[in-house]
Design a protein around this ligand. Structure first.
Ligand code: ADQ
Length: 464
């Protein structure tokens, strides 16, 4: 029987059972519960050398996992260098943050090639390979070189950049050519798919090197598969959190206080600075809310050794201190700022107990926190989602969220006020419209739609 073989950068959080504070890890764990298959990736360790014998095998439900360490050279070039100092910023529209170095790209290729070799050893001919995210854009290409003829699909969890941004990466041709070796490329939104298609069109019409390459004329199948959440599991997890008193203790310390919650990795794409400025603006223009509202900002530290992340952390800390210093009183802390990871049930409990969910991403593939916030609300008294129009989730949750442009701090402050004062009937109406969407486009739909298309598209293709 054919298995699903999943490739993603990290598998360690599953194997060790530590809570994952990243969308991909959370989604992949939830999506594959109960599936028979294999999950391969980096175990999160960095060693001096890379040896094939260091592959660790373990089990996660019905899935087996295979994970291995990276050498310090691969970690620096592949992970920190090309993946997170080139692809991540450029794909999120931040070409100004790109630091391209040829040796980092070589390390990226090396790691993709190494993953392909591991796959070649472990996959069976009828396995279907599902590759996740921007760390592995060249993986199918190396798999084909090694003679793997399996169907291989790629899902991009982050946005795809507009052609003018993509072209800032000196090796953009190589990236797109490599993507063409997949049978199926999946995106979060139409806009992302359109961005790749317009790159291809522009390139063909300009007759550049890539446009003249025959491979460019055999486009792989592409599709839009907005990632969702496992609605029932999320609800049952939040029921567990109600058994603990964490949410009641932490949210709404005294009866009259309302809580705004924001949960995101400490990353410059999430609009943390803009959010804090907006909250500051809100407190400044709504003095009657001073002492009656608090912002719970949960931001696990992420990629602290990647360029720019220490800087954003310092900036966030400075702004939190400024807002608390300006508005705080002996009995009231305006921003409750935490860097820790939470058990899933506890985190969902905090989301449920908060009156407003505030998502201000400047650019975001989807943003699962927005979906989780809506899913766990109490139907009889739901909170309000204030959502950046630049998060992929806005394409679906526009039916009920208050959409904002996070750069417009005055309008965001007004949206916060509107959310805090929204009448119950309107809150219920908005919540129920969003709930319908979440149930329709849930995690199972995402997985099934992608795999259905992957099985369907590659069956008769023989890769030379
Ligand atoms: P992320 O950028 O990590 O994901 P997001 O989609 O919001 O962003 O997912 C974060 C996940 O981690 C959520 O499930 C959240 O509950 C969890 N989490 C966050 N902070 C946590 C904490 N302190 N403790 C425990 N859990 C925490 C990437 C892309 C997104 C895309 C996802 C999925 O950047 O755009 O939506 O992948 O495709």
């Amino acid at each position: 029987m054919s298995r699903i073989v999943v490739v993603s950068n990290r598998v360690s959080s599953v194997a060790t059972g530590t809570p994952a504070a990243g969308g991909l890890a959370v989604a992949v764990v939830d999506a594959l519960q109960g599936d028979r298959g294999l999950w391969v990736g980096w175990n999160g360790e960095v060693r001096n050398t890379e040896r094939a014998c260091e592959v660790e095998e373990s089990h996660c439900g019905a899935m087996s996992t295979l994970a291995w360490p990276l050498s310090s050279q691969s970690y620096a070039g592949f992970y920190r260098g090309f993946a997170n100092e080139v692809v991540w910023p450029v794909f999120h529209g931040r070409t100004d943050r790109m630091r391209f170095r040829t040796e980092h790209f070589s390390a990226y290729l090396h790691v993709n090639q190494m993953f392909a070799s591991h796959l070649a050893e472990h996959v069976q001919p009828d396995d279907v390979i599902w590759v996740h995210d921007y760390h592995f854009m060249h993986l199918a290409s190396y798999c084909r070189d090694l003679g793997l003829n399996n169907q291989i699909g790629f899902f991009l969890h982050i946005p795809f950049p507009e052609p003018e941004n993509l072209k800032a990466i000196p090796v953009h041709n190589s990236i797109v050519k490599a993507l063409f070796k997949y049978d199926l490329i999946g995106f979060q939104t139409e806009k992302d798919q359109h961005a790749l298609q317009s790159y291809i069109q522009t390139d063909r019409s300009e007759h550049t090197a890539f446009g003249q390459d025959p491979v460019a004329h055999q486009s792989p199948k592409m599709g839009v598969y907005p990632i969702g959440i496992d609605c029932n599991q999320t609800l049952s997890q939040v029921q567990n959190s109600q058994k603990s008193s964490l949410s009641e203790e932490s949210v709404g310390q005294c009866g009259e206080t309302k809580t705004i919650i924001s949960v995101d990795r400490l990353d410059y794409t999430k609009g943390l600075l803009e959010r804090l400025e907006s909250y500051d603006q809100f407190l400044s223009s709504n003095s009657d809310w001073q002492g009656r509202v608090s912002l719970m900002q949960i931001s696990p530290i992420s990629r602290s050794d990647v360029l720019g992340y220490e800087e954003i952390r310092r900036e966030v800390e400075r702004l939190v201190a400024r807002v608390n210093g300006t508005w705080g009183t002996p009995g009231w802390v305006p921003v409750n700022y935490m860097n820790r990871s939470f058990e899933r049930a506890a985190l969902l409990g905090l989301l449920r107990a908060s009156h407003v969910g505030l998502v201000t991403s400047l650019c975001d593939g989807m943003n699962l926190v927005a979906k989780e916030y809506v899913m766990v609300q109490e139907a009889s008294d739901p909170g309000v989602l204030v959502l950046s129009e630049f998060a992929g989730a806005a394409n679906e949750l526009d039916v009920g969220a208050i959409l904002i442009n996070p750069y417009d701090t005055v309008a965001t402050a007004q949206a916060i006020h509107r959310a805090l004062t929204m009448p119950l009937d309107e809150r219920k109406e908005r919540y129920s419209a969003m709930l319908d969407v979440l149930r329709q486009n849930d995690l199972l739909a995402w997985k099934n739609n992608f795999l259905y298309d992957l099985y369907a598209c590659g069956a008769q293709v023989i890769h030379e």
